[in-house]
Design a protein around this ligand. Structure first.
Ligand SMILES: Cc1cc2nc3c(=O)[nH]c(=O)nc-3n(C[C@H](O)[C@H](O)[C@H](O)COP(=O)(O)OP(=O)(O)OC[C@H]3O[C@@H](n4cnc5c(N)ncnc54)[C@H](O)[C@@H]3O)c2cc1C
Length: 326
């Protein structure tokens, strides 16, 4: 039976970095980047221009393009025998035997075995429903007039009128931070029919900064995506003018495989790990957005992935050392 040192599940920022580091550590690695459907529901797929990291401005798809360049290099490079790229394959089942070995079943029912697993399946931002559909948002999200990540795209709102779609304290803080950093003349919170759940501190600041809070459902978006223009959100009785919008509705956490192994997760579903990404399950590591208590960014995905690959490499080397294989 073939046993890989490390199986990496997920081919976004964390998964590709975990693969690069594992292979360059000279450990044998099999990568499952996900089926086309897995990819489409991942954050990596939706990321276009990346402006908050050095050297990324020329990529039209700031995660997928550099990832492919690096994986293609691994295929041709000096460590190619250590790299197994299961293109378009996703993992649907995972289990662990009593001896610690993991069995992974892919979407074509092929079974693979690995001593260690780095799970990098990520998260997705919750989309607002408009008239029962999430589609109206996408044409503006695709051209980055509606965004999700303050650290990635907050700077786009410099001096602009902004709407935040969300009803919790976190959504309120997105508006407060954008207003304080970028001096947005008008900030509106659209709760889209949800009851507001803001804490007192955010209410006080929103009052001080004269935010408008609209609790009716959004009925339509006014603008023309073809000429990259967002104008307003319409409710039954209001037209909220906005050049730009942010969505602050939380995240869907893709933790199904971690849960199959009964790894500990926090109240929001993020997988709890130590500082190296080791979970409560021996041999299972988590990197990237799926890991609890890390910034949800490309560079943190990279850093958490390197921590996990290196920690696994220590364990592999220790074992070989004890078996006098060096
Ligand atoms: C619109 C948008 C813009 C952003 N812009 C920036 C930015 O400018 N700068 C920045 O630093 N960050 C940005 N981010 C955040 C960044 O995208 C994430 O932090 C990063 O992608 C996290 O990497 P990840 O590997 O954890 O998850 P992802 O990149 O989301 O990758 C998840 C991977 O898991 C795979 N997968 C899922 N399920 C399975 C399965 N069962 N089997 C196999 N594979 C599976 C998917 O196919 C995918 O390859 C942005 C996010 C969004 C949504």
């Amino acid at each position: 039976m073939k046993i890989y040192d490390v199986a990496v599940i997920g081919g976004g920022s964390a998964g590709v970095m975990a693969t690069i580091r594992t292979v360059l550590n000279n450990d044998e690695c099999i990568l499952f980047p996900g089926t086309p459907a897995d990819k489409k529901r991942s954050r990596a797929f939706w990321v276009t221009s990346v402006e908050n990291m050095p050297g990324h401005l020329h990529f039209k798809k700031g995660i997928e393009e550099p990832n492919k360049i690096s994986l293609d290099w691994l295929v041709q490079g000096p460590f190619s025998s250590k790299f197994h790229w299961q293109k378009n394959r996703g993992i649907k089942k995972i289990s662990q035997a009593a001896d610690g070995l993991f069995a992974l079943v892919d979407d074509k029912d092929v079974i693979y075995n690995a001593r260690y697993v780095i799970l990098c399946t990520g998260v997705m931002d919750v989309q607002p429903q408009i008239n029962g559909s999430i589609d109206p948002i996408f044409q503006y999200a695709n051209i980055q007039l509606i965004d999700y990540c303050l650290r990635c795209d907050g700077h786009h709102v410099l001096g602009k009128n902004v709407a935040i779609i969300g009803h919790t304290t976190s959504a309120a803080w997105v508006g407060i931070m954008l207003h304080e950093r970028y001096g947005c003349p008008q900030m509106t919170i659209l709760t889209n029919g949800e009851a507001p759940q803001f804490d007192q501190e955010s209410i006080d600041l929103m009052n001080r900064y004269q935010f408008k809070i609209v609790t009716e459902k959004i009925e339509s978006i006014v603008g023309d995506a073809k000429i990259k223009k967002l104008e307003a959100f319409k409710t039954a009785t209001e037209t909220v003018f906005a050049d730009y919008a942010f969505v602050g509705l939380g995240m869907i956490v893709y933790n199904e495989l971690a849960k199959m192994l009964e790894a500990n997760v926090d109240s929001r579903g993020f997988v709890i790990t130590n500082e190296k990404g080791k979970t409560s399950v021996d041999g299972l590591y988590v990197a990237g957005d799926l890991r609890a208590n890390v910034k949800k960014q490309i560079y943190t995905a990279w850093d958490t992935a390197v921590d996990s690959s290196d920690d696994i490499n220590i364990l592999i080397r220790r074992k070989k050392r004890s078996q006098k294989l060096f």
